[in-house]
Design a protein around this ligand. Structure first.
Ligand code: AOF
Ligand code: ZN
Length: 394
């Protein structure tokens, strides 16, 4: 049987749950599970922390706790949805596939294949047993491309790490519809309050935030994570370390040799700039790059698996030009734009996407999501958010 709209909806609920583990699960994948009985959710779970129970185990325990007297019957009449293929190996925890077998679920639906090589040897045998046990298996090939892209994207850093020791770099851009990143005198902010809140969430799920000296001087930003974990829908909140690049107006050969990187070790400079709220956790050394900027920078950045760049137009375009990114999260303010004029909005989107795609060639970057960010504030505008990223297809 092919999956229904309901199946896709329940998978999206798994994605929502998976994201709750975004700060603590790493370096493990983030995973969400729901157990559904006659279209009603019987149990939910997510992977909270590396080394702790997997999402499937938490969801099964949740279902059991809610139905202590008849859980065996209910589970055998239920479907189990997981945002990542269940494990079949003994890692820090026992194989989830054994539990799925034990409770004889009606169907197992998962949206992303797990590329972890530890799963390879037992994959075929365990699926055979599961089928023999009467469980139907619906894998990623049977779900819509849109849902699959979203699902694969959740664990982009985990997958990237299996293949490369380099960090995953996300460039955050907030601009007007014409691409300008400089706040107009008439505006306090470019993007709306919900987009700005999302940026705090983005910061919290990264290990290092890179910015430029000019941004620090001009905006005196606090570049920390505000709002509570409830508001940010996170299981935990942390501030990323901070790296301020100076003299990076242009990455010309001459500038490359001069580039300084400094972190908390240069307290004096940070304090001088009155960015006293910044408290990177691990103090870094001042690094003076003598040779090729990008080799040295990449060496330095290896310490940080998840990096976000929040900088002004010059530094941002230098990173983009050098291909030093895996993802762009672009918030576009629709101030002054009639967003009921669909063609106009489509044109804005197309022109921004073209700019990003040209940089890397069409094959490697993929549009993950295009969405409107609504606002709660009457005088505020709708933003358009575009996420493009390296392909993470599994
Ligand atoms: C998770 N959480 O919810 C799922 C995972 O060392 P272990 O036992 O925690 O196993 C880690 C591997 O299990 C992980 O690399 C991934 O391949 C698989 N699935 N992992 O941490 C989960 N479902
Ligand atoms: Zn597992």
């Amino acid at each position: 049987m092919s999956p229904s709209n309901f199946d896709e909806k329940f998978l999206h609920e798994c994605f929502r749950l998976a994201k709750l583990g975004e700060t603590q699960a790493f370096p493990n994948p983030i995973v969400g599970t729901v157990i559904v009985h006659n279209n009603l959710i019987l149990g939910k779970g997510f992977h909270r922390k590396s080394g702790e129970a997997h999402a499937e185990v938490n969801a099964i325990q949740d279902a059991i706790a809610r139905n202590p007297s008849n859980y065996e019957k209910l589970l055998s009449e239920s479907d189990i949805y997981v945002s990542l293929e269940p494990c079949n190996h003994h890692g820090k925890t026992p194989p989830c596939i054994d539990l799925i077998k034990k409770y004889k679920f009606k169907r197992l639906i998962f949206s992303t294949r797990d590329p972890n090589p530890d799963l390879n040897s037992a994959r075929e045998a365990s699926y055979k047993e599961l089928l023999k046990n009467g469980t139907e298996i619906i894998g990623p090939k049977k779900i819509s491309q849109e849902t699959k892209i979203e699902s694969d994207y959740l664990n982009r850093v985990f997958f990237h790490k299996l293949e490369s020791e380099l960090p995953w770099i996300n460039i955050k851009i907030a601009s007007y519809a014409d691409g300008s990143m400089i706040t107009k005198v008439s505006d306090q902010w470019i993007t709306n309050s919900n987009s700005r809140k999302e940026v705090h969430r983005l910061r919290s799920v990264n290990d290092l935030l890179i910015t430029g000296i000019n941004t620090v001087k001009m905006d005196n930003p606090s570049l920390n994570v505000r709002y509570s974990k409830v508001e940010l829908k996170l299981n935990d909140i942390k501030n990323p370390d901070l790296l301020i690049l100076k003299k990076t107006q242009d990455f010309s050969e001459k500038e490359r040799r001069k580039l300084n990187i400094f972190t908390e070790a240069e307290n004096r400079t940070i304090n001088e700039l009155k960015v006293s709220k910044l408290k990177p956790k691990s103090p870094g050394d001042k690094v003076i790059l003598e040779d090729n900027l990008f080799n040295s920078l990449q060496e330095y950045l290896k310490k940080y698996p998840r990096i976000i760049l929040e900088a002004g137009p010059k530094l941002t375009s230098s990173f983009i030009k050098e291909g030093l990114f895996n993802e762009i999260t672009h918030y576009i303010s629709l101030k002054g734009i009639d967003y009921n004029n669909h063609r106009l909005v489509q044109n804005i989107k197309a022109s921004i996407l073209d700019q990003h795609k040209v940089l890397r060639g069409n094959e490697s970057l993929q549009i993950i999501k295009e969405e409107f960010i609504p606002t709660n504030n009457i005088s505020d505008n709708l933003d358009l958010k575009i996420t493009v990223a390296d392909k993470t297809e599994q």
